[in-house]
Design a protein. Structure first.
Length: 247
């Protein structure tokens, strides 16, 4: 019980600092892509920042694993966290660090009870749109046959891809760019499903609330009718007694 309390306190304590580090990671990831070509010093600083942020999330995972009372269950239920921590070590690509950081931020955001589903979905949409645009721009800008050359083209492509519209005016030509496109399409479908389910749940809850209110009113009317019936019976009984007394 004390270990569980320690884990809860740790997660609450590190929630905001880790989200702040995630913002720093977003800036460090975006600067070399937007400011192309970036100087060597800027690239080194941004790359170091990305690794520091990833390391912070990795340390956070290890600490939570150490203080949890059921480590096997923790590893089994937090396998996405483990994959996100191990993934950049297998091959140190910037895209892998971006994916792992997004996964870890998403997992920690879902732990925060104060974050509503709408806020989480909106943040996920903005984050995927931004990172998807930057990622596809970084791999498609120098492609000989590529047609995504500017940040505006990348944002437009990401938006049409996430919404599964796909006008076809911009499309990735490299293998890595197509992998990013697949990820965005699947993410867009998943987020659309979450939004649809949330709206459906709201309507169902509303209808159930109306049904409960209608049943309550029906029961109240039935109770009132029963009271009126009993009152009439009592009045009739009193009237009969008065008649007998008179006779």
């Amino acid at each position: 019980m004390n270990d569980q309390s320690a884990q809860t306190r740790w997660e609450r304590l590190t929630q905001r600092p880790l989200l702040a580090l995630a913002v720093a990671f977003a800036v460090a990831y975006a600067v070399p892509i937007v400011d192309n070509p970036a100087s060597r010093s800027v690239t080194v600083v941004c790359t170091g920042t990305e690794w520091v942020v990833w390391a912070a999330f990795a340390v956070d995972y290890l600490i939570r694993l150490a203080i949890t009372p059921r480590r096997r269950e923790f590893v089994r239920t937090h396998w996405i966290d483990l994959c996100a921590v191990v993934l950049p070590l297998l091959q140190p690509l910037r895209l892998l660090r971006m994916v792992s950081t997004l996964l870890l931020v998403g997992r920690r955001a879902r732990m925060a009870s104060q974050i509503r589903l709408t806020t989480y979905v909106a943040g996920a949409v903005v984050g995927l749109l931004m990172f998807g645009s930057l990622a596809v721009l970084s791999v498609e800008r120098d492609s000989p046959n590529g047609n995504i050359r500017t940040l505006g083209d990348a944002v437009w492509w990401s938006f049409t891809t996430m919404t599964t519209v796909g006008y076809g005016d911009h499309a990735p030509t490299t293998g890595l760019g197509r992998m990013i496109a697949v990820g965005l399409m699947l993410s867009g479908i998943a987020l659309l499903g979450v939004v649809t389910a949330n709206i459906a749940a709201w309507f169902i809850a509303r209808f159930e609330k109306d049904d409960v209110e209608e049943r309550r009113q029906t029961e109240a009317i039935a109770g009132l009718a029963e009271e009126v019936r009993l009152l009439r019976a009592e009045v009739a009984r009193l009237a009969e007694e008065r008649e007998r007394q008179r006779s």
